[in-house]
Write a protein that binds this ligand. Structure first.
Ligand code: 5AD
Ligand code: SF4
Length: 492
């Protein structure tokens, strides 16, 4: 991927960088001008270090977790590139940053494991800097552990200080002390920071931050804070700039995009925002995630159904099929209302692909509850589903509930669910066999460079032969052979 990526700096940010260059001291106000000043500062420090070492300095950002983190990492990489680092795929780099996830326990364990393996690189390269950020850093116990047992970590910051990364980077380059910067609440949203896109032709766009739902198993509201929407005009401006920079597909990101716009001075609904984005000429595809079933409006369904740009794919997490458990999970819908919603969606868009998230082993889950989940899976016919084993997250209401389910029972249910989900997914995915569909070509196939890999509007992966590198173009492809969860096709 690395060869294709591009740093995106808005005109405004370039101007700010020029202004910042004329300033001796950084401006006090916490905003993009201050960050531009610190990028210049980091660049000076790094170019001196490069001269001393006689080589280029490298960075490596490792992302754990969801698409929000992927997008945050693009912003972090943008700052590192502008500061003068070159990207490296290896963690044997001069600046290594882990952008962490804490939604399930196993993500945390992986971070500690990898951190341990960095010490060997550190011994070889005493100037190496190691930094940690993201959701896991919003947990007190984690920060305490880093402070006491991982002294070699140079910088720790949380989800609310990401926009201050340039400043933290400069501080970390000039000090050998461990720097920890965690805030409990987000400040106002800082716009206009640079980002390094993984793909030149598609981009995530944050439309809101945080979550207000407090599903009883979920740690996200505690680590990402309360829901806050970006102003529609800022979102539209960013997408226009991205479109001018070659982006044809945007993925709108939020924990619960269906409640977008609440709390803005002039409230705008998610459906209205989508209609506005649709008007931006060069944007050809619009995706979004995640949708909470309780907030999915009829307006949204009709905007989607009429749109030629909004992709025919909806990720609609169900979590459980048992109305009894959904209530304890604090999800605000029932099995019946969820199924009714999916029917309404499919009536409006018969070829819609539906995907979901399901948790197995929530406290108190009985065999009956589980059978309800299997029943929803059979009735809805998901194109694919992410299945998760319930993970007990300290501080959430569910962690304190009695009746935590034994591992054996969870394993057995998980295996049965996975079998069902895969069988249905395979059958669903093959429904386009023989059809010709527009495919956005994304990259050369890793295993076979004679093939291009792309996606249909339904988010189905298609491999097809092409001499020409078509990355970023939408081309018509015949989906000749369904191979489980992907297709082999040919361009027509
Ligand atoms: N245990 C297991 N899965 C969880 N998720 C959120 N919290 C937990 C947890 N404690 C899952 C939900 C959510 C997805 C992003 O992660 O299914 O939709
Ligand atoms: Fe977690 Fe529920 Fe918010 Fe999703 S909607 S992030 S599952 S609390």
């Amino acid at each position: 991927m690395m060869g294709q990526s591009a740093v995106f700096e808005s005109e405004e940010f370039r101007e700010l960088t020029a202004i910042a260059r004329t300033m001796k001291e950084p401006p006090e106000e916490d905003g993009s001008l201050r960050q531009a000043w610190y990028i210049n500062r980091a660049r000076t420090v790094l170019s001196e270090r490069e001269k001393r070492l006689g080589r280029k300095l490298t960075f490596c950002v490792v992302t754990f977790g969801c698409q929000m983190n992927e997008r945050d990492s693009e912003k972090l990489r943008g700052v590192l590139k502008l500061a003068g680092y070159e990207e490296s795929e290896s963690e044997d780099a001069d600046f290594v940053l882990y952008n962490t996830c804490t939604v399930r326990e196993n993500a945390n364990i992986r971070v500690y494991g990898r951190l341990g393996s960095l010490t060997a690189y550190r011994k070889k390269n005493p100037d190496m800097r190691i930094a940690l950020c993201g959701c896991m850093m919003q947990e007190k116990e984690v920060v305490e552990k880093i402070r006491t047992s991982y002294r070699y970590v140079n910088l720790v910051f949380g989800t609310h200080n990401l926009h201050r990364f340039a400043e933290l980077l400069a501080a970390c380059l000039m000090s050998d002390e461990q720097i920890i910067d965690i805030a409990q609440q987000g400040s106002s949203i800082v716009e206009n920071l640079p980002a390094e896109r993984t793909y030149p032709f598609k981009s995530g766009v944050n439309i809101m931050y945080g979550c207000n739902n407090f599903c009883s198993y979920c740690i996200v509201p505690y680590v990402r804070g309360r829901e806050k929407s970006r102003e529609a005009k800022e979102i539209l401006r960013e997408i226009e700039q991205l479109a001018d920079d070659g982006v044809v597909e945007v993925m709108l990101l939020g924990q619960n995009v269906n409640s977008y716009g609440k709390g803005l001075e002039t409230p705008v609904s998610f459906a209205q925002l989508l209609s506005e984005i649709e008007k931006i000429d060069k944007i050809q595809r619009i995706r979004f995630m995640t949708s909470h079933p309780k907030d999915l409006s009829d307006d949204l369904i009709s905007v989607m159904a009429q749109s030629s740009k909004i992709c025919r794919h909806l990720h609609l997490p169900v979590q459980s099929g048992s109305s009894r458990l959904l209530k304890i999970m604090n999800r605000h819908y029932t099995k019946e209302s969820y199924i009714a919603l999916t029917k309404k969606l499919k009536e409006a868009m018969p070829d819609l692909s539906l995907t979901t998230d399901i948790i197995v082993g929530f406290p108190g889950e009985t065999e009956e509850d589980f059978l309800e989940t299997l029943d929803v899976v059979r009735q809805v016919q998901y194109d694919s589903a992410f299945t998760f084993i319930y993970s007990r997250r300290t501080g959430t209401p569910a962690a304190a509930m009695e009746d935590q389910i034994s591992e054996d029972v969870i394993r057995d249910r998980f295996d049965r669910l996975l079998k069902e989900v895969q069988q249905i997914g395979r059958a669903r995915s093959s429904r386009f066999e023989g059809q010709i569909l527009p495919v956005l070509a994304e990259s050369r196939n890793r295993q076979d460079p004679n093939l291009m890999t792309g996606r249909t509007s339904h988010n189905l992966v298609v491999h097809f032969p092409s001499k020409e590198d078509l990355s970023g173009s939408i081309v018509n492809v015949r989906l000749s052979e369904s191979c489980g969860f992907y297709y082999m096709g040919e361009r027509v």
